[in-house]
Design a protein. Structure first.
Length: 123
């Protein structure tokens, strides 16, 4: 009887894993446009913008979209995204913002502070 229960649980777990696998988004393969010269990747601008705005690096976006970092960076520059993620905030203002975050949540770590800066202050 114990073997039957074990097999039943194993089948339920396998079914759950299969359902989860089929609900995952499929890997993206960019459309290649033939222009007579070197093929050009056609990657939707809104997709690049959405991934960039979530905080993903060019490397992570390139891996996700199966393209090179250089290609993604070129597409990003063409649509007006910044080359890198830097802010023009002064050191004093940054110190004040961090002090404010730490005064509200004194046990915060680096990741929480970075998340607060990007979410609350858009830094």
């Amino acid at each position: 009887m114990d073997v039957l229960v074990g097999v039943q649980k194993l089948l339920e777990t396998l079914h759950y894993c299969l359902v989860q696998y089929h609900t995952l988004p499929q890997r993206y393969y960019p459309i290649i446009e033939r222009t007579g010269g070197r093929p050009r990747y056609v990657i939707p601008h809104d997709q690049i913008c959405q991934l960039w705005e979530t905080g993903m690096s060019w490397r992570a976006i390139a891996t996700l979209l199966s393209a090179s970092q250089r290609t993604l960076r070129r597409h990003g520059l063409r649509i007006g995204l910044p080359r890198d993620r830097y802010s023009d905030i002064s050191d004093d203002n940054l110190d004040k913002m961090i002090h404010n975050i730490l005064s509200l949540t004194p046990e915060s770590g680096e990741t929480y502070v970075q998340g607060s800066l990007s979410g609350k202050y858009k830094v």
